[in-house]
Ligand binder design. Structure first.
Ligand code: F6R
Length: 609
C-alpha cells in the first residue's frame, strides 16, 4: 500500500527521499510526491505514475534541503491524480503532510472545516489532516497542534508532517498503520516500511499506536498524545542492502523463488534437535508451560499466509494431535468467535502489518486468549502484539506475490507441529524422522528449482490459456489454492483452486477440452484417489500438468505434462510442490508481458481494511 519516507539530517533530503520511494515501489502505488523544507520554505512536487516521473519533475532542482517527506500513494479516496497525490498542504501551503491509512471521520471534519472557511483542493481524506493542523496552529505550537489534530482523527494512520512555522522540526505519529524511525550517524529517517531504510540505518525504533515522535536538531523524542515521554528501545536492524536488491535476477519474484533453499534453511537454523526429534523455539520459551495445556488452535491469516495456515492445520492435527481451524482474518474479526481458556490463536503474516490479521489478534487478546505470531518482519505490529512468536527469518520479501515467505511459514508450522507434538504423544522415532527430513529439504528444493527451464517451456506452451483449474488433495489442497492465487495476481489469468475430491460435486461440469488442469499427485496416502480424479478429468478432454514424485512413470504416461519432484514426507510435500506453481505463474506472467513485481491493483502489505 502507500509508502512514507521522511529524512532529517545532513545530506540532500531529496536524494534520499527519491531513493527511499524507489525502495518502496514494490508495495504498489499510482502517484508519488515530495515536500522539502528549503530555507524555511516548503517546496512540494507531485506526479502521477512512477517515481521516475517525479524525479524528472524535480530534475534541475537538486534541493539544498536536508529535511523532507515523501510518499507513494495507492488510491483509496479519490482517483489517482496529481491533485490527490501526497504531500497535502493546508490553505496557506505552509504545512505539508503525508499519510497512510484511512481517516474514517473525514466527512464530518471536512464539513466543519468548510464552515470555518477552508478550501479543499483534493478528494482525499489526507488533505483534511493538513487543514485541521492549520486550524489548531492558530492557537498552538506546531507540536501542540499536531497532538490536538491527532486526537480529532478517527481511523488508521501513519502521518509525517512538516511546517514552515518550525522549519527544523518534523513530526510523525501512528495508529494502526506502521511507522518506523531509523537512526543513523547525525541523521534520522522515518518510513512506513523498514525496507526503505535498509543500508542507511543500523538502529530502528518501532513506534506504537498512540505515539508521536518529534525530530529536531537535538535528536528525537517519543511521546504520547498527552505529552508523556515514552522510553523506547532502539533495535538493531539485521537486514542488509544486498538482501533487498535484485542481485542479477530480472524480477524480485524470481530472485525470491530461487532464494527458497536458503530462506528455508534459515527458518530452521538452530531450531532443530535431530537426535531428540524435537524443536527448540526460543520465542515460545516464556509460554512453554501454557502451551502444554492448549486443547484447540485457531490460525488467522490472509491470502498466501492463509494457505500456509491450511497446510499447518493438517500438520498440527496429525502430529500434535490438537484440533485446529484456520480462518481468514477478515472473517474472524467480524464474527463472534467462541474462544475457550485453552485456545491458542496463531497469526501468520509475512509483513506483520496486515490490518485484518492484526484486528483478529486484538479480538483474541481481548478475550484473554493466548496468541502467537508466525511473522517475517521483525518488530512489526503483529510480532509485538502477540504474546510470543517465531520469526520466519526469510529476509525482506519485496515481490508483491509472496513466495519464500510461504515456504518459510511452512517450515515454522512444521517445527511448531514437532514442538507441540513432542510436548504431547509424538514418538521420538517419528520426531527424529521429521527433523531429519526437514534438514534435507533445502537440497530437495535446489533439485526442484532445476526444473525452471522446463517450467518456462510449459509456460510458453500454455501462455494463451484463458482459465486454469488447480487441484490437490489433503496436504496439497492448500497448494491448489495458492497456485491459483499466484497466477491470478501476477498473470491476471482466471484460475480456481479446488480439492480434487470435490470435483464430482459440481465443478466437473466445467471440464472440456478447453480446460487446463494443474494437479498435484505426489506418491502419498491419497495417491490412488488423486490418480482416479485425474483420469476423470483427462477422460473429459482436459489437459493436465501433473506434479508428482520422482520415478513415477505411471503418472508421466497418463498426464499431458509431468513435473516429478523428490520424494519427501507427505506433510512436507507442499513445500516442494509450491515451487513449480510459483515458477509457472511467474513464467506465464513473463510470456504475457506483465509488470511482475508490481501487479496491478495490488499492494504488498494490506494495512487498511
Ligand atoms: C499473495 C500475497 C497476499 C498476502 C496477504 C497477507 O501473494 O502476497 O495474499 O499473503 O496479503 O499478507 P501478510 O502475510 O503480510 O499478512
Amino acid at each position: 500500500m502507500c509508502g512514507i519516507v521522511g529524512y532529517f539530517g545532513k545530506r540532500s533530503a531529496q536524494e534520499f527521499l527519491l531513493e527511499g520511494l524507489r525502495r518502496l515501489e514494490y508495495r504498489g502505488y499510482d502517484s508519488a510526491g515530495i515536500a522539502l523544507v528549503e530555507k524555511g520554505k516548503l517546496r512540494v512536487t507531485r506526479s502521477v505514475g512512477k517515481v521516475s516521473v517525479l524525479e524528472d519533475r524535480l530534475s534541475g532542482k537538486v534541493g539544498t534541503s536536508m529535511i523532507g517527506i515523501a510518499h507513494t500513494r495507492w488510491a483509496t479516496h479519490g482517483k489517482p491524480s496529481e491533485k490527490n497525490a501526497h504531500p497535502h498542504t493546508d490553505c496557506t501551503k505552509r504545512v505539508a503532510v503525508v499519510h497512510n491509512g484511512i481517516i474514517e471521520n473525514y466527512r464530518e471534519l471536512k464539513e466543519t472545516l468548510e464552515q470555518q472557511g477552508h478550501v479543499f483542493r483534493s478528494e482525499t481524506d489526507t488533505e483534511i489532516i493538513a487543514h485541521v493542523l492549520e486550524e489548531e496552529m492558530k492557537t498552538n505550537t506546531f507540536e501542540g497542534a499536531f497532538a490536538q489534530t491527532l486526537k480529532r482523527l478517527r481511523g488508521a494512520y501513519a502521518i509525517v508532517a512538516v511546517s514552515e512555522s518550525s522549519p527544523n522540526v518534523m513530526l510523525a505519529a501512528r495508529l494502526s498503520s506502521p511507522l518506523v524511525l531509523g537512526i543513523g550517524e547525525g541523521e534520522m529517517f522515518l518510513a512506513s516500511d523498514v525496507s526503505a531504510l535498509v543500508g542507511d540505518v543500523k538502529r530502528v525504533v518501532y513506534l506504537d499506536d498512540g505515539e508521536m515522535v518529534v525530530l529536531d536538531v537535538e535528536g528525537y523524542v517519543v511521546k504520547t498524545l498527552a505529552n508523556k515521554r515514552q522510553k523506547k528501545e532502539e533495535v538493531t536492524l539485521e537486514w542488509d542492502r544486498s538482501k533487498a536488491e535484485r542481485g542479477g535476477f530480472p524480477h524480485f519474484m524470481l530472485k525470491e523463488i530461487f532464494e527458497q533453499p536458503k530462506s528455508f534453511a534459515d527458518a530452521l537454523r538452530g531450531r532443530l534437535i535431530p537426535e531428540e526429534g524435537h524443536a527448540r523455539l526460543g520465542g515460545l520459551k516464556a509460554i512453554e508451560k501454557r502451551l502444554r495445556t492448549i486443547d484447540r488452535i485457531i490460525i488467522v491469516s490472509c491470502g498466501t499466509s492463509y494457505h500456509s495456515g491450511l497446510v499447518g492445520e493438517y500438520m498440527l492435527e496429525e502430529y500434535a494431535g490438537i484440533p485446529t481451524e484456520v480462518e481468514m482474518a477478515s472473517e474472524f474479526r467480524y464474527r463472534k468467535p467462541l474462544l475457550g481458556k485453552k485456545t491458542l490463536v496463531i497469526a501468520i503474516s509475512q509483513s506483520g502489518e496486515t490490518a485484518d490479521t492484526l484486528a483478529a489478534i486484538r479480538e483474541a487478546k481481548e478475550k484473554g486468549v493466548l496468541t502467537i505470531g508466525i511473522v517475517n518482519v521483525v518488530g512489526s505490529s503483529i510480532s509485538r502484539e502477540t504474546d510470543a512468536g517465531v520469526y520466519c527469518h526469510a529476509g525482506p520479501e519485496i515481490s508483491v506475490a509472496s513466495t519464500k515467505a510461504f515456504t518459510s511459514q511452512l517450515a515454522i508450522l512444521a517445527l511448531l507441529s514437532l514442538y507441540l507434538g513432542r510436548q504431547r504423544g509424538l514418538s521420538l522415532v517419528l520426531g527424529q524422522r521429521i527433523a531429519k527430513e526437514l534438514l534435507l529439504l533445502p537440497q530437495y528444493m535446489e533439485r526442484v528449482l532445476e526444473h525452471a527451464p522446463i517450467i518456462k517451456k510449459l509456460a510458453k506452451k500454455y501462455a494463451k490459456q484463458s482459465h486454469y483449474l488447480y487441484l490437490g488433495r489433503k496436504y496439497n489442497y492448500p497448494n491448489a489454492l495458492e497456485g491459483a492465487l499466484k497466477i491470478k495476481e501476477i498473470a491476471y489469468v482466471p484460475a480456481q483452486g479446488y480439492p480434487t475430491g470435490e470435483m464430482k460435486h459440481g465443478p466437473i461440469a466445467l471440464i472440456d477440452s478447453s480446460v487446463m488442469a494443474i494437479m498435484m499427485v505426489p506418491r502419498d496416502s491419497v495417491y490412488e484417489k488423486n490418480m482416479s480424479g485425474m483420469q476423470e478429468i483427462l477422460a473429459r478432454g482436459s489437459r493436465v500438468i501433473a506434479i508428482g514424485t520422482e520415478g513415477d512413470t505411471e503418472l508421466s504416461q497418463q498426464a499431458t505434462d509431468t513435473l516429478l519432484l523428490p520424494k519427501t514426507l507427505e506433510m512436507l510435500s507442499p513445500i516442494l510442490s509450491a515451487i513449480p506453481l510459483q515458477l509457472f505463474a511467474y513464467y506465464i506472467a513473463v510470456e504475457r508481458g506483465y509488470d511482475i513485481d508490481q501487479p496491478r491493483n495490488l499492494a504488498k502489505s494490506v494495512t487498511v481494511e
